[in-house]
Design a protein around this ligand. Structure first.
Ligand code: M6R
Length: 613
């Protein structure tokens, strides 16, 4: 997850920017860079690796504690496409513009082609450089910087937090935000800009949080903010966080912070991995699959806990997109069972930590007999080192024991894998693939919108927090979500919960249902399964259970039942429905646990990484 810091004022900008980036290190990154304004000129310094590599380049200036810059912007980048090279690191420069960016520019291919026609020369493989060139072109046409920012933002499609410096307008940092967080820290005769509050806490506790569509012009003495070309006031808040709370982004627990990180985590996992114009999937890390994709006869997905639930969703992507039979197994079962497969098999190990012993064991026991792939969140983890190839999720560090953003990014990685195999095997028309890719681009915004159900979930949690047993039901792609909802609730609230395929309920669990048992039904909009699940729901309702419906069906679709609680999330695409429908379940588990006073981030008897059998 990338980090952003900006400073303009009377102090030496260099240590402020480096300190700010250090405070964001917990987000993870693999390169970094600064733009410092010195005597009206901008100097760019970038380095791969950790911040000490960047610091080495400033050793002389840091030794005399003087960089003679009082304005600058800094960035830590977590590479999501291509290698984490110096050229791809931010800031990106074009003419008089230096710019850093968090987010994803969806239409960068067409913008780049257009700018290249106009004579712009691109140095990096990033989407960000497009914004730098666009802004420079607009400034060179004579637009003032605010208008140039407005027009640049109107031209790009996607999510962004931009910080830009115009060499010809020293003393100003131009900021824009859409679906990617950005805050301004207010000082006396100085101001700060950052992607996250910890970056500025050493200097100020007066924070202004920008909203989507905001453009800001920040100088040492003034902060101008507008939205839709009209000046707006954003409320100043004073934060009183200690460093740990700061790392939690002001949230009470890492779990809820990580739930709200998901829009960004998914954007980071998607970035640079497809072309929206052609629907082509770019996963150079899977080059080893190019040769075998066509002859694959079987895919086996293995994982534990939440990662196993992601595998269950992955089966739909592999079978529907790539038309390859796909089995899913618990890693702990798979490794001790006769493995009857031939070499035309791909075994995929899914793991957030990459250290889960059973998943590692599963990969080790098939090594050299099948092609192996790890889907993992932690660079260089043991499972990644054992597998033939690695497809990284880019969720950023997940600290809470309960896995949330790792799950969402695993679903995205598995969807990309399904599309990648489909493209190589010609099992999907380019237009269908393009439509699916296009829908994936809307995932980050869909997640942000879906999380707006939190207040409704809190009031449901208040009514149900004292229940001792929960049942979660779903069909098709909503069945793994029922399992995941139940796992989340039981692991952090210690309330017994079971996930079941809705159609199986009448074969046993229905005996448990009475007025004391809340039943959470995940109801997708797809017509046939919607109706089938609804009829299961009626059986539940008839037995007096408290029913919570989580659905993405249109509002005018009749449920025909007196469901106690209905939570609606936006619909983006059938493929993304499970991801979005899972979000209210994460929030439900979280709020029920908080109400029951459990240790949410460190639940009893559990470890973040299970390195024993
Ligand atoms: O690091 P991994 O993804 O391999 O971990 C697998 C499980 O231990 C993990 O998902 C566990 O089930 C979580 N605590 C669930 O929230």
């Amino acid at each position: 997850m990338c980090g952003i810091v900006g400073y303009v004022g009377g102090q030496d900008a260099l240590p402020i920017l480096l300190g700010g980036l250090e405070a964001l290190e917990y987000r993870g990154y693999d390169s970094s860079g600064l733009a410092l304004v010195k005597d009206g000129r901008v100097e760019i310094t970038r380095a791969t690796g950790k911040l000490h590599e960047l610091k080495k380049l400033f050793a002389a200036q840091l030794a005399v504690a003087k960089s003679s810059a009082t304005q600058g912007i800094g960035h830590t980048r977590w590479a999501t496409h291509g290698r984490p090279t110096e050229t791809n690191a931010h800031p990106h420069c074009a003419g008089r513009v230096s710019l850093i960016h968090n987010g994803i520019i969806e239409n960068y291919v067409e913008l780049r082609a257009e700018l290249e026609k106009q004579g712009c020369f691109f140095k990096s493989e990033t989407d960000t450089e497009v914004a730098a060139h666009l802004l420079n072109t607009l400034l060179e046409k004579g637009l003032d910087p605010r208008e140039a920012m407005r027009q640049m933002c109107a031209a790009v499609r996607g999510s962004y937090a931009f910080l830009a410096i115009d060499e010809k307008t020293p003393g100003h940092i131009f900021v824009a935000k859409n679906s990617t967080p950005i805050i301004i820290g207010k000082g006396q005769g100085e101001n700060f800009v950052a992607s996250d509050i910890p970056a500025v806490l050493q200097h100020t506790r007066r924070i202004v949080v920008l909203e989507d569509g905001d453009l800001a012009d920040v100088t040492a003495d003034a902060i101008y903010i507008e939205n839709g070309r009209k000046p707006v006031e954003r409320r100043e808040e004073t934060v009183s966080w200690d460093p740990i709370t700061a790392q939690k982004g002001g949230y009470k627990h890492f779990m809820v912070k990580e739930i709200f990180d998901q829009s960004q985590a998914v954007a980071d996992t998607l970035r640079g991995r497809f072309s929206i114009e052609t629907g082509a999937i770019f996963l150079p890390e899977l080059a080893g699959l190019e040769a075998v994709a066509k002859r694959l006869k079987r895919v086996i997905l293995v994982g534990c806990g939440t990662a196993w639930h992601a595998c269950l969703e992955g089966k739909f992507f592999i079978e529907n997109f790539a038309k390859i039979p796909c089995d899913v197994d618990y890693a702990s079962e798979f490794r001790y069972r006769p493995q009857l497969f031939d070499s035309d098999t791909l075994v995929v190990a899914v793991s957030q930590s990459g250290e889960t012993l059973d998943t590692l064991g599963a990969i080790e026991c098939v090594k050299d007999r099948a092609t192996t792939l790890a889907i993992c969140n932690v660079v260089g983890a043991s499972i990644c080192r054992r597998a033939d190839m690695v497809l990284y999720t880019h969720a950023g560090p997940e600290i809470s024991v309960a896995s949330t953003k790792a799950f969402s990014t695993q679903l995205i990685a598995l969807e990309l894998l399904g599309l990648f195999l489909a493209e190589r095997r010609d099992t999907m028309s380019p237009s269908t693939r393009r439509a699916i890719v296009e829908s994936m681009i809307h995932a980050p915004v869909g997640i942000s919108n879906a999380l707006k159900v939190e207040p409704a979930v809190v009031s449901i949690a208040k009514r149900l927090a004292t229940a001792r047993d929960f049942l979660f039901l779903g069909r098709g792609t909503c069945y793994p979500i029922a399992l995941e909802g139940a796992l989340k609730l039981k692991e952090i609230s210690y309330i017994h919960a079971e996930g079941y395929p809705a159609g199986e309920m009448k074969h046993g669990p229905i005996a448990l249902i009475d007025e004391s048992m809340p039943v959470v039904v995940i109801l997708q909009r797809e017509k046939t399964l919607f109706e089938k699940t609804l009829s299961n729901l009626r059986e539940v309702e008839a037995r007096g259970a408290k029913v919570v419906v989580v659905t993405d069906a249109p509002e005018d679709r009749q449920l025909g039942i007196a469901s106690d609680f209905i939570i609606r999330v936006p619909f983006v695409s059938p493929e993304l429905s499970p991801l979005l429908l899972n979000l209210p379940l994460q929030l439900l588990a979280y709020h029920v646990a908080v109400m029951n006073g459990t240790d949410v981030d460190l639940p009893q008897n559990l470890a973040k990484s299970v390195t024993g059998e």
